[in-house]
Design a protein around this ligand. Structure first.
Ligand SMILES: Cc1cc2nc3c(=O)[nH]c(=O)nc-3n(C[C@H](O)[C@H](O)[C@H](O)COP(=O)(O)OP(=O)(O)OC[C@H]3O[C@@H](n4cnc5c(N)ncnc54)[C@H](O)[C@@H]3O)c2cc1C
Length: 505
């Protein structure tokens, strides 16, 4: 490799994960790092998802960093623009700008078995790094199904995460495909504008009311004057959600009561029994993500909305056709069809010690030690990796746990000294994932009678954490060196990968 830049740590992505990692690195005294971001600004999820109605399903005071509390959240559940502004504010407050490299999409990362570093090719040049923190996001690569005839559609087509704000929907006939978390926020936001809205529903979601409200000036003043009240509020929000976890993971039967609430939420707005039947899921609540909305059902009973019980199966010119043969005319198709999750796109771009990509290593399903480290990919750590997702709480809690793990990982490397790397032992990865999958057997995600994006192509749940966030916090407090092989570059320059010495930890 010709003359190139070398850093101690390369962070990939500048959403909550990447920015959190950057703050933590600085706090640990590591300043020799860069944050590589393919876009032109920070924010990740909350930059890319700007569709009408986009908002968080977790209360604001919990969906934020514990180290950057925000007493001035204007609503109990934040909208996209407030979360995006919060992340810009975090970037400035913690002095992260000098580390950011925008328009630097990581195309390929290759582990150099001789020098024990990562060679990283970006859209903006090449660099090397001792450690890579991959924070490319679990929901950052839009998934658009392969619909026959889509190329014949003369109108506008876009995905919820790539909203075309230049296209005016007023008076248009819009087909919305999907009824997941994004779609049920989009529908009530655009229904009053459009002439006709056809909603393609493959599987109905369970929907609970959204207890959103403005946070009063007095509450905000209190939080500003007495910062511990912000922490208290966060603690209460966290505690309630921790108590719910058992029902999801061990006793799905207990969710029956929640199901009743969801049924009542629907019955309040949907008076037509035939439509209610169409909208009622046939699986246990919680199996798919429980959605929160107080405006979804009132919107779909409006006269300009048709709910088609079936996915979009074909497009013939401006005619959109459902799986049950129902046809409608459309000027715009909006795909609210989610993201590539269990086939994490970055995995195709990471080449490990054995010359194989992470995607090739994961053909049987994603797995990583403590949601972070994959065997054969030394000094490469992913944030929100396999089995770190949550069904009912804030992902920021999980990210912060992984940042503890990252900080200890770097400390361990320092203590070992010299040019050194840690490679997760296959046996440790196996044991960790066996435990996770054993616990998964009893969860509502696996037993609730649905197929969801939590499950991979083999039907294995490789996305959700089957425990409390407290358990995950404890499991990631420290790096257990016995779970890693310690790789050292030989004192003399060598040429072959097998010449790395593995030192028992
Ligand atoms: C619409 C929506 C609503 C959500 N609501 C909630 C919620 O209510 N509660 C909750 O807990 N979670 C929610 N989530 C999940 C959310 O993604 C996480 O909470 C969190 O924001 C993830 O942060 P991240 O930094 O890991 O990923 P992201 O925010 O996705 O950031 C990843 C970053 O990596 C960049 N990137 C990707 N690939 C590359 C590459 N090859 N090179 C360089 N840069 C790259 C991307 O451009 C992006 O900036 C929601 C997600 C979506 C999409």
């Amino acid at each position: 490799m010709a003359e190139h830049e070398h850093v101690r740590v390369a962070v990939v992505g500048s959403g909550f994960g990447g920015l959190g990692a950057a703050v933590r690195l600085r706090r640990e005294g590591v300043t020799d790092f860069v944050v590589l971001e393919r876009a032109g600004s920070v924010g990740g999820t909350w930059r890319d998802n700007s569709y009408p109605g986009c908002a968080c399903d977790v209360p604001s005071h919990l969906y934020s960093f514990s180290f950057a509390p925000h007493p001035d959240w204007p609503r109990s559940f934040s909208g996209q623009e407030h979360i995006r502004a919060y992340l810009e504010h975090v970037t400035d407050t913690f002095g992260l700008r000098p580390h950011l490299r925008f328009d630097s999409e990581v195309k390929r990362m290759v582990w150099d078995t001789e020098r024990l570093w990562w060679e990283i090719e970006t859209g903006n040049g090449t660099l090397t790094a001792d450690v890579v923190v991959s924070a490319t996001g679990p929901l950052s690569e839009p998934r658009v199904p392969d619909i026959p005839g889509l190329d014949t559609f003369p109108g506008k087509v876009f995905h919820s995460a790539r909203w075309d704000h230049d296209h005016d929907l007023r008076g248009q006939r819009v087909a919305v495909v999907g009824t997941g978390a994004s779609a049920i926020q989009i529908v009530p936001a655009i229904q009053p504008l459009v002439s006709r809205l056809t909603l393609f529903q493959r599987t109905p979601p369970w929907v609970l009311p959204r207890m959103d409200r403005a946070i009063s000036g007095a509450e905000r003043a209190l939080h500003r004057a007495l910062p511990f009240t912000t922490r208290l509020r966060r603690g209460l929000l966290w505690g309630v959600r921790e108590l719910q976890v058992q029902a999801f993971t061990k006793h799905p039967g207990e969710l029956g009561l929640v199901e009743q609430l969801a049924r009542r939420n629907m019955a309040r707005a949907v008076k037509d029994p035939a439509l209610r039947a169409k909208l009622t899921p046939d699986y246990r609540i919680g199996c798919k993500r429980i959605l929160l909305s107080s405006t979804y059902y009132p919107a779909i009973v409006r006269p300009n909305v048709d709910v088609v019980a079936g996915g979009l199966s074909e497009v013939r010119g401006s005619t959109v056709v459902a799986a049950d043969g129902t046809e409608a005319e459309a000027d715009v198709i909006v795909f609210g069809t989610g993201f590539h999750v269990t086939d994490m796109p970055i995995a195709e771009r990471v080449v490990g010690a054995e010359g194989r990509t992470l995607a090739e290593t994961w053909t049987g399903g994603m797995e990583a030690l403590r949601g972070a480290s994959a065997a054969g990919f030394p000094n490469w750590m992913t944030l929100i990796g396999p089995n770190t997702g949550l069904g009912n709480s804030s992902m920021i809690l999980m990210i912060e746990s992984q940042l503890n793990y990252l900080a200890d990982y770097l400390r361990q490397l320092d203590l070992l000294g010299g040019r050194v790397a840690l490679d997760a032992r296959r046996s440790a990865v196996r044991v960790w994932n066996h435990r996770v999958q054993q616990r998964m057997k009893h969860t509502v995600w696996n037993t609730g009678g649905c197929t969801s994006w939590y499950l991979d192509a083999n039907g294995r749940n490789t996305t959700v954490w089957p425990g409390t966030t407290g358990e995950f916090r404890r499991a990631t407090r420290r790096v257990d060196l016995s779970e890693y092989a310690v790789l050292r570059a030989p004192a003399k320059k060598t040429t072959a990968p097998h010449e790395n010495t593995e030192v028992a930890a």
